[in-house]
Design a protein around this ligand. Sequence first.
Ligand SMILES: NC(=O)c1ccc[n+]([C@@H]2O[C@H](COP(=O)([O-])OP(=O)(O)OC[C@H]3O[C@@H](n4cnc5c(N)ncnc54)[C@H](O)[C@@H]3O)[C@@H](O)[C@H]2O)c1
Length: 495
Amino acid sequence: ESQLVKELARQEKLVIATGGGMVINPVNAALLRQNGVFVYLVADPAVIYRRVKHKEDRPLLSQAKDRQEQIKKLFAARKEIYENLAGFRVDTGQNTPEKAVELIIAYLQDKGELQYFHNNRPRAGRMPTLPLEDVLVDLGNNSYHIYIGQGILKQLVNYLQKLALEADQKIFLITNPTVKNLYGREIAAAHLTGNYQVIWGEIPDREEAKSLSEAARLYDLAFAHRVERRTPVVALGGGVVGDLAGFVAATYLRGLPFVQIPTTLLAQVDSSIGGKVAVNHPRGKNIIGSFYQPKLVLIDITVLNSLDRRELVAGLAEVIKYGVIADAEFFSWLEENLLKVLALEPQALIHVISTSCRIKAGVVQKDEKEEGLRAILNFGHTIGHALEALTEYRIYRHGEAVAIGMAAAASLAVHTGLLAAGEATRLKKLLEQAGLPTVLPSSISGEDLILAMQRDKKVQAGEIAFVLPVKIGQVEIKRDIPVKWRELIIKACQI
Ligand SMILES: NC(=O)c1ccc[n+]([C@@H]2O[C@H](COP(=O)([O-])OP(=O)(O)OC[C@H]3O[C@@H](n4cnc5c(N)ncnc54)[C@H](O)[C@@H]3O)[C@@H](O)[C@H]2O)c1
């Protein structure tokens, strides 16, 4: 053992899990101290007993008559040695493994033992937490804040308290197994320490979960756990979770407070804001729904680290859309900084998400129920929706279909003389840089696409509405697409 310690103590960038016995030997301890930092993982003897009572690979315990007594004795004999050795202690009985890791990292960063990287350069000290962004969605009595930051997921309890939404010390947390495994425990742990009851509403991880039957299952659960008028419904997940949870919140007991914690980029920049909640009908998507605004949206950028690359890129389509419909400067910023966003640089992500939220909030504020202006948010969606329907929602992620739709709409705008060709090229280039598709598959004919567009639920009096750019940063809604444009639409789609 000592021989091994001698070798290891010389090395750098190592985490050594010593076990309790090794450091009792003062020679080992002295060797390790020369070049290392001790962290003492402590736990109450009762916790240790629970962990090891059935283990047979502990030499000092397996021969003992009374294991519990033996643990207490060892603990008493060694406690002082461990405490003198270690500069830092973490209680692993009271903290989750994730929390313990967080505390250790913070300690090491404070000591200057652990570097972090900023702009590819190593830095000493603790990684600075970026300031919180606060976007207000100003809808009179239905106003709410969107908070965007790093690690704010764990502060849900504080936010609920601030909004007086914690009235009956319960939350109805709707999520799916994927997201629950990744982040559910953090939320539950925070709630348990605050003495909250978490009622888990777990739904399948697929679009089909947006159904009346899943909503009915959640109503049953709410009833069984005595969910009351003031129990907040918290949606933790992507757009599927958000849309269904919002639908349940809007309808159970004629409306429960609703909180969104979106975890996909698409949900963070789009579906969690604006209050559209819905389930699907076998004949069409989002057919049964309502406008029901959340009381709060909490966006934690750190959750994007676990998101599938394809999902991230699909969300970027909506981000690029905001630049085209409302903000030329933002579009130029994206042209310059897209790589930083794709590399998930925190500062870039916060900028992208907060700007997108501000643009969407601005539109929703002017037209909450989609009676006019809000339609500009559908740029790329006329063709995008038709393409999704024709491919039965199996080939494209929503954002990918919208990307093809935006490229085609820009091309249509060029053909009809509304947009300069150079602007359409900029859009196509940015979409491609993000890794999004911009061309229709050859298996889909323009005719099929037009028929599918006519079947879309947003078609009014048989007229297909198109949102067309007139320049980057400005679009117009065209409802009176004349028949002669049919050829142009087909042509635009084939570019
Ligand atoms: N209400 C609106 O205004 C609005 C707007 C746009 C889209 N939508 C709806 O949103 C839905 C699509 O949402 P989506 O694109 O977020 O898809 P999604 O909810 O299906 O999520 C995509 C996948 O990512 C997983 N996931 C979520 N967060 C994760 C994380 N942090 N790490 C790892 N995996 C994670 C999910 O489990 C899922 O498998 C559609 O139903 C669409 O109709 C609604």
